[in-house]
Design a protein around this ligand. Structure first.
Ligand SMILES: Cc1ncc(COP(=O)(O)O)c(C=O)c1O
Length: 392
């Protein structure tokens, strides 16, 4: 019986990718725009490093698409998160409240500044930070002192709250923002996975003080490797541009750096890919959403829960997520699907269980633990043939 269900699922997924021979990847890049032309132009121009016209164009495209006043291109999403926190002055002695259900980069960016990640639970219908859990954590474990919001047990000062829009699904950012305002805490969005996701028509990553996007090879829009800082704050954008360009003072030929800088800007050659990808973002997202609708219809036959939009919310459907009964069923399906040429993967091991973060304060993480046991990501990449057709 179980194998019949697994066989049906795998057969259905395979049917969604009629042009793929061999293993169906979880999320392959979709290169059907002017990627090759842009790369050739970039090589011919010899501007392959971080100074170059594609970087500026890509930043403008992302700013326009998201509605953010500033978009600053970074070498990857982790660097974008790190630069935001570092530029805000977050470091040793500080803490950042985030979610345990996330990719390691979320906590790594915090730890790289010298700060400590704190983990709160997620909502079961968004997989993103639960505003209720955040509120409870602040009331139960923190206190307002002359120094700001302090964690009672460790004495660390809470420097920011950093939720994540998991698999592209917008979390409850407005409720979270209200709580942050009540406590006087800056809100940073880890929007690495959510380019193309909106709440009431407003793009994720524009609700707080700043946000980071990722353009890694597995993302909805890719530059090979890449990231972007979004912010409406002129000063922060300027500071991040400066710090991430080795803190070099502008001058046509002299070198003067006014503080310890970083070399974290996106190279022109990567931005060239990004510009081409942005030409077809609407077609790519439309196909990903069509695929999601087909999955929802299929999995409802088995009474299986999928991560879905709620009213007012539009996800980019970066990675479809479906829930199995329990860990044994999940594990059996993962083995079956991967053995049968359909790449599926479990959700991440909770960050609070990783050796470098297991000492970090958290709440009970009940929903996160349940999702960790039961959620599987299934192939979700846009089909190049559909994107091309839509573009014609
Ligand atoms: C939630 C989350 N945060 C941060 C990152 C870091 O992005 P990058 O891989 O571009 O460094 C990623 C993805 O890779 C991610 O999924």
């Amino acid at each position: 019986m179980e194998n019949q269900k697994f066989a049906d699922i795998v057969r259905f997924i395979r049917r969604q990718y009629p042009n793929v021979e061999g293993t169906i990847p979880l999320h392959a890049p979709c290169f059907v725009g002017p990627e090759k032309e842009n790369l050739t132009e970039c090589v011919d121009s010899t501007y392959v490093s971080y100074v170059g016209p594609f970087v500026k164009k890509f930043e403008e495209q992302i700013a326009e698409y998201t509605g953010a006043r500033h978009a600053v291109a970074m070498v990857n999403g982790t660097a974008a998160l790190f630069m935001i926190l570092h530029a805000m002055g977050i470091g040793a002695g500080a803490a950042v409240i985030t979610q345990a259900l996330s990719f390691a980069a979320t906590a790594n960016a915090i730890a790289q500044t010298g700060a400590t990640p704190f983990f709160v639970d997620v909502d079961q219908d968004t997989f993103g930070m639960s505003p209720v859990a955040l509120d409870a954590f602040l009331h139960e474990q923190c206190a307002v002192t002359d120094d700001g919001v302090t964690h009672k047990a460790t004495g660390l000062k809470v420097g920011a709250v950093m939720p994540m829009h998991t698999f592209g699904m917008p979390m409850r950012i407005k409720q979270t923002r209200s709580i942050c305002e009540q406590w006087g805490l800056p809100l940073i969005e880890d929007a690495a996975e959510s380019l193309g996701s909106f709440i009431d028509k407003q793009h994720t990553g524009t609700f707080g003080y700043a946000a980071a996007l990722s353009f890694n090879g597995n993302k909805a829009v890719t530059t090979g490797g890449g990231g972007m800082v979004l912010t409406n704050d002129d000063e922060l954008a300027q500071k991040i541009r400066h710090l991430s360009t080795t803190a070099k003072m502008p001058h046509p030929y002299e070198f003067f750096h006014d503080e310890v800088g970083y070399n974290l800007r996106l190279p022109n050659v990567n931005a060239a890919l990004g510009c081409a990808q942005m030409d077809l973002i609407n077609q790519m997202l439309a196909d990903k959403r069509a695929l999601h609708r087909a999955y929802v219809r299929f999995f409802s036959r088995y009474g299986m829960i999928m991560l879905c939009d709620r009213p007012g919310v539009e996800s980019n459907m970066w990675l479809n997520a479906v829930q199995f009964e329990d860990r044994p069923e999940r594990d059996a399906f993962l083995k079956y699907a991967n053995d049968n040429g359909v790449q599926c993967r479990p959700v991440w091991t909770l960050l609070s269980k990783l050796p470098m973060y297991e000492h970090c304060p958290s709440d009970g993480l009940n929903i996160s633990l349940w999702l960790e046991d039961t959620v599987v990501n299934i192939p979700s990449g846009a089909r190049p043939e559909n994107v091309l057709n839509a573009a014609r």
